[in-house]
Design a protein around this ligand. Structure first.
Ligand SMILES: C[C@H](O)[C@H](O)[C@H]1CNC2=NC(N)=NC(=O)C2=N1
Length: 94
């Protein structure tokens, strides 16, 4: 899938809540009630990611999950990253 240019990334980011650019990747930190809730989120997102064949880089400490999204094949951010980002947001707030 095609790499989005800077202005395309910027305008898609405006449609999202809490997402930003960090080192050329889409980034968001999700905070939950506790570890159980954070891990429940990760379990649901893991299924979604596999269905989309697009997988997050993520880092979990207790109730926080920090996510980075990029498209290796596109060499940057593609529509697949935004699709997964929106999917993650809808797991949190369906
Ligand atoms: C072969 C397979 O489609 C690719 O390796 C997929 C798997 N998951 C992926 N996940 C992410 N985040 N970026 C990719 O480019 C990517 N590529």
């Amino acid at each position: 899938m095609k790499r989005l240019d800077a202005s395309e990334v910027e305008s898609e980011l405006k449609e999202l809540d809490g997402w930003s650019l960090d080192e050329g990747k889409l980034h968001k930190k999700f905070t939950f009630e506790d570890f159980r809730a954070a891990f429940a989120f990760m379990t649901r997102v893991a299924k979604l990611a596999d269905e989309q064949d697009h997988h997050p880089e993520w880092f979990n400490v207790y109730n926080e999950v920090e996510v980075h999204l990029t498209s290796h094949d596109a060499g940057g951010i593609s529509e697949r990253d935004f699709r997964l980002a929106r999917g993650m947001d809808s797991v949190v707030a369906p």
